[in-house]
Design a protein around this ligand. Structure first.
Ligand code: AMP
Ligand code: ZN
Length: 506
């Protein structure tokens, strides 16, 4: 199915001009490359101190939707994502685990990319790592100091002087009139509303990871990392900067202040913020018991494609309330699409074309492009596709669907899957990898029983049943019971009958 869906070239409709809400202007602005060549975008990546949760992936998925749609409409991209591989939490956790930060983060970096692959999030053109960009951060701080926007404190740390940047607050539209000059904060996790001078560079503390540099021994603050990485790979001024809504203040506000104090150019023209995800109507938290990583859901037996569809079907600026009912709906929707696609490809249709189907395909395609071009309205974009599936099924039932219609409908589905990426079935790999991971991590009890049967071939099952039979014959009932238990746990139902053993997968 893969090749069929992807080999079709897409021809964007002439009317497709992407418009995206811009936090900075407060309007839905056209998104086109300023240099007329490629769209340069930076998206804040993960802080790699743990496995990614579905809230994180909602943001990465929405950025993937944007990326895929831009490509579908023929826009060349240079997309940079960073990996924050040094920050307060990483330093704290790696010290607690007694390993160097690089060793601590490697596991989560690998897990993050494995999870992105499972969700079919495309790789950005550039992956930048904070620990590999320290020299650029130091240079920026030196320039800020020269410009009078940075100052050094007694312990050897460096801070950004907010009062030196009168435009501070222009992104988040915060009223900072009560701001106190010189009040400082040195942690990466902030109280949300306080605007204070923030740390650019933190002097080394005993036992902490640090770098020896011209501005002293220490390590970077979180905000300077993204300023340095984005400008290194995209230049002083680029097209789009994206992240979750929590990053708007202070992280992105601080990035703007740091970069623009040096360059006097807008860091990014367009700012995109993805609304936070709730679970069962509440903020996701471990103590509420509504906290899920991608792996948690895969181990419960949900397919990666269903998780992807559930997380992208609500437009990015709307609050998404994640529920298991929603996930079940997404699963059913994907089944409908895949069953239809199969029928479309395998059905024997008479030669010719049906003008009603042809017209419906054209309308569906136009509506689909228009909805995504309008601030990535994924909910409105999927509706005409499901409508086309319904209409085509009816035409097939009535024997009115014809060979030329197959090509027209297939082309629409190809454009749909170029962004939604759920029709083509690539679900087995991610589930199998999650199960293997759970076994390796000693989390077997979290694995849904039917998943343990994944990878158990018919031959392996028959061999175990034969062994059970032998065990019974030699009256080794303990072994026979053990085999039955093992198979049951792996989702195989066994039934003893007078004709022998019957088995099936649950
Ligand atoms: P972090 O690894 O915490 O730096 O977060 C990675 C990305 O996930 C950032 O863009 C965050 O804004 C985003 N994010 C974190 N929590 C949520 C959530 N509940 N819903 C949507 N995005 C989130
Ligand atoms: Zn960032």
């Amino acid at each position: 199915m893969a090749s069929v869906l992807t080999e079709k070239m897409s021809f964007p409709s002439a009317t497709t001009t992407m418009r995206l809400f811009n936090t900075l202007s407060g309007e839905t602005d056209e998104l086109v490359p300023v240099d007329g060549k490629e769209l340069r975008m930076y998206a804040c990546g993960p802080t790699v101190y743990d496995y990614g949760h579905i809230g994180n992936f909602r943001t990465f998925l929405e950025i993937d939707v944007l990326r895929r749609f831009l490509k579908l409409t023929g826009t060349p991209l240079r997309h940079v994502m960073n990996i924050t591989d040094v920050d307060d939490k990483i330093i704290r956790n790696s010290a607690a685990a007694g390993v160097p930060i690089g060793e601590y983060t490697a596991k989560y970096v690998n897990a993050f990319f494995e999870d992105l692959d499972a969700l079919r999030v495309e790789r950005p053109e550039v992956i930048a790592r904070a620990t590999e960009t320290i020299d650029r951060m130091v240079e920026l701080i030196q320039k800020l100091a020269e410009a009078g926007a940075a100052y050094r404190t007694e312990d050897g740390s460096w801070y950004f002087r907010i009062k030196s940047f009168p435009e501070y607050g222009k992104l988040s539209k915060k009223d900072l009139s009560g701001m106190e000059d010189g009040a400082r904060v040195d942690v990466d996790e902030y109280e949300k509303d306080s605007a204070r001078d923030f740390a650019l560079w933190k002097a080394a503390k005993p036992g902490e990871t640090s770098w020896e540099t011209p501005i002293g021994r220490g390590r970077p603050g979180w905000h300077i990392e993204c300023s340095a990485m984005s400008m290194k790979f995209l230049g002083d001024s680029f097209d789009l900067h994206a992240g979750g809504e929590d990053l708007m203040f202070p992280h992105h506000e601080n990035e703007i202040a740091q970069s623009e104090s040096v360059t006097h150019k807008p860091l990014a023209k367009h700012w995109m913020h993805v609304r936070f995800l709730l679970v069962d109507g509440k903020k996701m938290s471990k103590s509420e018991g509504n906290f899920f990583t991608l792996r948690d859901l895969l181990l419960k037996g949900y397919k990666a494609s269903a998780i992807r569809l559930a997380l992208i079907s609500v437009p990015y600026r709307h609050q998404l309330n994640f529920t298991f009912d929603g996930l079940a709906d997404a699963t059913a929707a994907i089944d409908r699409l895949r069953t239809f696609y199969d029928r479309l490809m395998k059905g024997a249709f008479p030669a010719g074309e049906n003008s009603e189907v042809q017209e419906a395909a054209k309308k569906a395609r136009d509506a689909y492009f228009a909805a995504l071009a309008n601030d990535l309205n994924t909910a409105e974009a999927r509706a005409p596709i499901f409508e086309l599936v319904r209409l085509s099924n009816t035409a097939m039932d009535q024997g009115k669907f014809q060979q030329e219609d197959r090509e027209a409908v297939k082309a629409v589905l190809a454009d749909f899957d170029a962004v939604f990426a759920v029709i083509e079935d690539r679900d087995t790999g991610p589930t199998q990898r999650a199960v293997e991971w759970a076994k390796a991590e000693g989390r077997e009890e979290d694995v849904a029983p039917e998943l343990l049967a994944v990878g158990l071939t018919d031959e392996a099952i028959k061999a175990l049943l034969a062994e059970r039979d032998q065990a019974k014959k030699r009256r080794d009932f303990a072994r026979a019971d053990q085999i039955r238990k093992e198979l049951t746990q792996r989702g195989i139902l066994i039934e003893d009958s007078k004709d022998g053993v019957r088995w099936k997968r649950k």
